[in-house]
Write a protein of this length. Structure first.
Lengths: 161, 136
């Protein structure tokens, strides 16, 4: 008699935003595979970190983390900022993502991203993000993205994208 | 070195390419990036769908691989900017991508890449980007 609706259980922790956001870092297979860590999620902003790892390097001569890892972190953190805005974990589909690479990260350095969901309509979220290795004021990359928002998680919303 | 040698060297160089599980094939000097499906690439478990960052990273690596084949240098070309457009969900299938070198100047290349799964006429994502060409 198992319920076919496998939605996340409703939790009543002090900060449901934080709870839903933390789940994004651990439950999504790609985020778990890259080792994403949630730092904070509140007030339409999300911060996430990916530690440096040997198998995530783009150029072994320099030991710098691959830009693809930064792309995943930027995309994922933008989604977390949306969760921190709407207060619920709604399915989102990325429409577009523009990334400017200012400079390579330092050798053997992890990367942190802060994303800000600065505007939402009923169906679209607009997000800006920047990534840094040591100092938030000295970014390695900046991003601008638009996301389509599906309805609240529930039966029949699976094909939203 | 032949184009095949340049491609092999490119694919073997970056641990991240191995993390993705990406490979590539050449027809003459035209490259097709190949990304077999793997569970760790999933970004949405409900659909399930590939992570947007995986698709973006794969498109960018395909652009860099094509540049490594046609503009070969011992050093790595660097990404300046990319714009990724997501057209359809990336399903739990093998993804292919082909890069079009729109303009290769002395220092900068403009590259368009398109990714598809079952039908090339139904792309799942596209990338436009600028790349700084490494000097010899």
């Amino acid at each position: 008699m198992s319920d076919p609706n496998t939605n996340l259980p409703k939790t009543h922790l002090p900060n449901p935003n934080l709870d839903a956001a933390a789940a994004m870092a651990t439950e999504v297979p790609q985020a778990a595979a890259l080792g994403f860590q949630m730092v904070s999620a509140a007030d339409a902003r999300g911060v996430m970190h990916v530690p440096w790892r040997e198998d995530l390097v783009g150029d072994p001569q320099t030991g710098v983390i691959a830009s693809g890892v930064v792309t995943s972190l930027l995309d994922h953190c933008c989604g977390m900022a949306i969760t921190a805005t709407t207060g619920e974990r709604r399915p989102t589909a990325t429409l577009d993502l523009r990334i400017d690479y200012m400079r390579p990260a330092a050798s053997r350095a992890g990367v942190t991203v802060e994303a800000h969901c600065y505007h939402t309509t009923r169906s679209i979220a607009f997000v800006r993000a920047h990534a840094w290795d040591a100092d938030p004021a000295d970014p390695i990359a900046t991003a601008q993205a638009a996301f389509m928002l599906a309805g609240p998680v529930g039966p029949g919303t699976g094909g939203a994208a | 070195m032949t184009p095949e040698d340049h491609l092999r060297a490119f694919l073997a160089r970056a641990p991240y390419i191995n993390f993705l599980g990406m490979t590539a094939e050449l027809a003459g000097d035209e490259l097709t990036g190949i990304l077999p499906f793997s569970p760790h690439l999933i970004g949405n478990t409900l659909l399930p769908a590939l992570h947007g960052g995986v698709i973006g990273g794969f498109l960018e690596m395909t652009a860099l691989a094509q540049l490594a084949v046609t503009q070969s240098t011992p050093r790595v070309h660097k990404t300046i900017d990319v714009t990724i457009e997501y057209l359809r969900p990336g399903r739990a299938l093998t993804t292919y991508a082909r890069a079009d070198l729109r303009k290769v100047g002395r220092r900068i290349a403009n590259v368009h890449v398109e990714a598809w799964q079952e039908a090339r006429s139904q792309p799942i994502a596209a990338l436009r980007g600028h790349f700084m060409l490494a000097e010899d």
